[in-house]
Design a protein around this ligand. Structure first.
Ligand SMILES: C/C(NCc1cnc(C)nc1N)=C(/S)[C@H](O)COP(=O)(O)OP(=O)(O)O
Ligand SMILES: [Mg+2]
Length: 560
């Protein structure tokens, strides 16, 4: 059969392991979608808007560990998608953003086009996407399609970053060469000399340290290093912590796991052991104002080794072109087991305070909600924690081996969780995701619940109705943090229309919550529980974190 530009792209997406893609149609991409639809090994997931389609591609990439794809129309679609692609860039996710583009004759004819800015500029969308992708290309010549498509896909997989491919609307079904046999590799290998030197140097430092510790960071998963981190943890006997945006990448049931390292809002005893250690190896960390609680975490660079995606940074020596996973793999057998930090941790370890359930008519509190979610977790759970107090409530959860945790802490774009949940459910049908979504965030992207109903997916969604933007209230309050209340649970009936299978309930007391969870667990389809929480009821950690972040945000300008 003949190969068109569209079918070429579809074949390549199938070849790199995609089984689904997310789309919103428009007259710049209709013919392209026709060609993609001809590939019966790829399923189109139609979304309500392009922002959510992009968030769904983000969630799909998290669930599958591979790439994902989203198809939109030009400008009105692409510029809505942009924020989700920027988020994928920040979170190291290989999302392939595909936009239909102007007819190849338009520019030569000085044609003013609909959906555009109303001026003769045919490159602005690609230029804009070039800022939030590792590669942004426009394809106007069918003969160039194979090389441009292949190169963009390879870039996405190699650098674990989104890419942008724009296909002129009138060449989507133009004939091109069929895909040649080739392989699409991941990140390139380390420089062997630099790798050996890094391993020798770091092994020596760690084997001569008194109480070394290991801390897992957010880059571990994107750069395929989770397994080798576990091997190093097992070989070392060190105490282990996870940074908040790496929660779940290390098995929280591991005997050496201390908890979350997050400065003053980390797990009890964890920060004390990490900060008092004489040498910490951070694997894939990002030290931002949020992940250090406004830089309140006492990370001392003279006692820190950072194994980064492409380099190893020691106190007095950097090793470039060393890949994270290979470095951890080669370091493990060189480490002398040393449990000193674990012994120290055991001395100060605190058992989590037991929280007994209140009487059924007790008004619901955040802490009781968290304890109920904890009881729901199993090996096939995946918790999707939206930006908000859900970050802090999610961090309290103790994940069973095998369960996953998703958070968008680098980019923190509220509303991400609804689309990401859609994509995650599509990408990991064997799991039952549990979403913790605040009311403020939900109001940005609520309509994608209808897509979750449309495809009869089966997440359990906790919509936390606390009447506003509580994180912002704790950082810096003002009238802008109030939102209009909705009957959130009723939305599920709106989205069900005639044939939807969504179930929803409301819970204002502990008894109502227990009943709702029981029903949700037995409901074979989307389950949505609106929980009513007092506006000022937030986690203690949010209060602490919020004040540190507010202080950091409020640093006066340097007066030169
Ligand atoms: C408004 C904003 N951040 C600013 C913001 C505004 N717009 C976008 C897209 N992303 C953002 N992070 C944030 S974190 C709200 O407190 C979220 O409110 P909600 O979802 O209701 O959660 P909490 O009540 O637990 O805070
Ligand atoms: Mg809220």
């Amino acid at each position: 059969c003949t190969t068109t530009v569209g079918s070429y792209l579809a074949d390549r997406l199938e070849e790199i392991g995609l089984k689904h893609y997310f789309a919103v149609p428009g007259d710049y991409n209709l013919v392209l979608l026709d060609r993609i639809l001809e590939n019966k090994n790829l399923e189109m997931i139609s979304c309500c808007n392009e922002l959510n389609a992009g968030y769904a591609a983000d969630g799909y990439a998290r669930a599958t560990g591979g790439a994902s794809a989203v198809f939109v129309t030009y400008s009105v679609g692409g510029l809505s998608l942009l924020n989700a692609v920027a988020g994928a860039y920040a979170e190291d996710l290989p999302v392939i953003a595909v936009s239909g583009g102007p007819n190849t004759n338009s520019e030569a004819e000085f044609e003013m086009l609909h959906h555009t800015l109303g001026k003769l500029d045919y490159d602005y969308q690609r230029d804009i996407f070039s800022k939030v992708t590792a590669e942004a290309v426009t394809i106007r010549d069918p003969h160039e399609a194979p090389t441009k498509i292949d190169h963009a896909i390879q870039t996405a997989l190699r650098f674990r970053k989104p890419v942008y491919i724009e296909i002129a609307c009138n060449i989507a079904d133009a004939i091109t060469s069929k895909p040649n046999v080739r392989s699409f590799g991941g990140p390139t290998a380390s420089d062997p000399v630099s790798l050996k030197a890094a391993v020798d140097h770091v092994a020596n430092l760690l084997n001569n340290a008194a109480k070394p510790v290991l801390v897992s960071g957010v880059k571990l998963r994107s750069f395929g290093a989770e397994e080798n981190f576990h091997k190093l943890a097992d070989a070392s006997g060190y105490a282990i912590a996870s940074m908040p945006n790496a929660k779940g990448f290390f098995d929280e049931q591991h005997p050496n796991y201390m908890g979350i390292y997050w400065g003053p809002v980390g797990s009890p005893g964890c920060g004390e052991i990490v900060d008092s250690s004489d040498l910490c190896l951070f694997a894939g960390p990002t030290f931002t104002d949020y992940t250090t609680t406004g830089h309140a975490a006492l990370v001392d660079p003279s006692k820190v080794i950072q194994a980064r995606p492409n380099s190893v940074v020691c106190p007095n020596q950097t090793f470039s072109n060393v890949k994270l996973s290979e470095f951890l793999e080669q370091l493990a057998p060189r480490i002398t087991a040393n449990d000193a930090s674990m012994v120290a941790y055991k001395r100060i370890q605190e058992d989590p305070p037991a929280l007994s359930a209140g009487a059924p008519e007790t008004p619901l509190s955040t802490r009781q909600l968290v304890s109920r979610v904890q009881q729901m977790l199993t090996a096939d759970s995946a918790v999707i924690a939206e930006t908000g107090d859900s970050w802090f409530n999610g961090m309290q959860l103790n994940l069973p081996t095998g369960s996953r945790f998703e958070i968008q802490m680098q980019y923190g774009s509220i509303g991400w969780s609804v689309g990401a949940l859609l994509g995650y459910c599509i990408g990991a049908p064997e799991r039952r995701p549990i979403a913790l979504i605040g009311d403020g965030s939900f109001q940005l992207t609520a309509q994608e619940i209808s897509t979750i109903i449309r495809y009869n997916l089966n997440p359990i969604i906790f919509l936390i109705n606390n009447g506003g933007y509580t994180i912002e209230v704790e950082i810096h309050d003002g009238p802008y943090n109030n939102i209009k209340n909705w009957n959130y649970a009723d939305l599920v009936h709106v989205f069900n229309a005639a044939d939807g299978n969504g179930w929803s309930g409301k819970a204002a007391t502990e008894g109502e919550l227990d009943e709702a969870i029981k029903t949700a667990k037995s409901h074979n389809g989307p389950a949505f529980i609106e929980v009513l929480i007092d506006r000022d009821d937030c986690s203690k950690n949010l209060l602490v974190w919020g004040s540190h972040v507010a202080k950091n945000n409020g640093r006066p300008p340097r007066v030169n």
